[in-house]
Design a protein around this ligand. Structure first.
Ligand code: S3P
Length: 451
């Protein structure tokens, strides 16, 4: 919870064009899962390119607490000696997940069908987020939950001794909920079935198959994904090379589009089809974006993304695209501020329950910087092209993506933009300021946001 205690105001201002080739840290979703599945496998899993953000390191701590041995060698490769499915140890202490929703929700799934007790805590942001969406199906599988009103952290669970397989239709488009049920299904005899009416990122399905689980995906007549998992497989250790995180690449990509004269290439980015909605949208807006050196690595499409500064126009983003760019709306809103006309973003109900109420946080941040926008219950419209923008102080609400998005805004607006706390950026993108400095961006630390 270190970032919660010491706010670190940051300010960005317009300077030179951004140029260069960079690599962003490893994908957060794949990094969490590498540690978790490595902990459940038999043998030694190796992971290169792991994201060393606070969120992922908290997952490493949780897996260690359950008996996995995890160490990093002198080359930066992580080695995970798995405990084996069914053999997790009961953690001795409370598990602190900091800011990490994916970490805590997927771990609840894993622990929920092991005969162990565990208590989870998190920072102020995570403690506000709904856990019932994961606890409801876990209760059906036999997990006992001791939670204060509202199924929020801190809470304790006792995993089922005799877990029951379920068929679960995920009520909201959430890869975390889908994954928690599948991971609970791993140590459950019989077949666990998850029905996903709207497709979300499929890293759990793909990676579990790679670790040797018996998992299949079919599509029904309504277009829903039916995921069937046979319980109690023997998971075998794997060698994983984590590609760059498209959700982190989003920041230099948008920064390059809106900063005149820029030409930036982000190398080795994961291009999984459930993660590329932002790229599709930015190209529709007129962004000069090309994918180079496209290849397959570890069963995933990866490539280098070259971006040149572009004149953008407003678009309507189809609501059904939201799951493939759910973490990218804050930075898309920043791109929209520089586009000609309105950019309309419907289908955003899930943004209300992210690290902050992201819909409100984005709207307040835009307003603070003189950018016209309209916030609906589940939609946002941003009017681009206003003059004299910037100069505001943005409240980040312990949300890394709010902090990074508004720092990107400041790189191309007339007046500097301040975020009240950039410390939380370390949860997902610890090299953010140094990478941007390498591209020529001006982002500085402040003693006081109002100075
Ligand atoms: C994630 C799923 C998404 C996303 C989060 C990572 C994952 O959350 O916002 O950053 O790794 O499964 P939801 O499942 O709540 O949409």
């Amino acid at each position: 919870m270190s970032h919660a205690s010491t706010p670190r105001p940051l300010r960005s201002r317009a300077g030179s064009a951004l140029t260069g080739r960079i690599r962003v840290p490893g994908d957060k979703s794949v990094s969490h899962r590498s540690l978790m599945f490595g902990a459940l496998a038999v043998g030694r899993t190796t992971v290169t390119g792991l994201l060393e953000g606070e969120d992922v390191l908290n997952t490493a701590g949780a897996m260690r607490a359950a008996g996995a041995r995890i160490h990093k060698d002198e080359n930066g490769t992580y080695h995970i000696d798995g405990v084996g499915l069914g053999s997790l140890l009961e953690p001795e202490d409370v598990i602190d997940f900091g800011n990490a929703g994916t970490g805590v929700r997927l771990t609840m799934g894993i622990f929920g069908t092991h005969p162990i007790a565990a208590t989870f805590v998190g920072d102020a942001s995570l403690s506000r987020r709904p856990m019932g969406r994961v606890l409801d199906p876990l209760r059906q599988m036999g997990t006992q939950v001791v939670a204060r009103a509202g199924d929020r952290l801190p809470l304790s669970i006792r995993g089922a001794d005799m877990p029951l397989p379920i068929t679960y239709r995920v009520p909201m488009p959430s890869a975390q909920v889908k994954s928690a049920v599948l991971l609970a299904g791993l140590n459950t005899p019989g077949e666990t079935v998850v029905i996903e009416p709207i497709a979300t990122r499929d890293h759990t399905e793909k990676m579990l198959a790679g670790f040797g689980a018996d998992i299949s995906v079919t599509i029904d007549e309504q277009g829903a994904r039916i995921i069937r998992l046979k319980g109690r497989p023997e998971l075998k250790a794997q060698a994983i090379d984590v590609p760059g995180d498209p959700s982190s690449a989003a920041f230099p990509i948008v920064a390059a589009l809106i900063t005149p004269g820029s030409d930036v290439t982000v190398e080795n980015v994961l291009l999984n089809e459930h993660r590329t909605g932002l790229i599709t949208t930015l190209i529709e807006m007129g962004g000069d974006i090309t994918i180079e050196n496209e290849r397959m690595a570890g069963g995933e499409r990866v490539g280098d993304i070259r971006v040149r500064a572009s004149k953008l126009k407003g678009v309507t983003v189809p609501a059904n695209r939201a799951p493939s760019m759910i973490d990218e709306y804050p930075v898309l809103a920043v791109a929209a501020a520089f586009a000609e006309g309105d950019t309309h973003m419907p289908g955003l109900e899930e943004l209300r329950v992210k690290e902050s109420d992201r819909l409100a946080a984005v709207a307040r941040g835009l307003e603070a910087n003189g950018i016209p926008c309209k916030e609906g219950e589940a939609e946002l419209t941003v009017t681009g092209g206003a003059s004299g923008i910037g100069g505001g102080i943005v409240t980040t609400h312990l949300d890394h993506r709010i902090a990074m998005s508004f720092l990107v805004l400041g790189l191309a607006s007339g007046k500097a933009v301040t975020v009240d706390d950039g410390a939380v950026i370390a949860t997902s993108f610890p090299t953010f300021t140094s990478l941007f400095a390498g591209l020529g961006a001006e982002i500085s630390e402040l003693e006081d946001a109002r100075a």
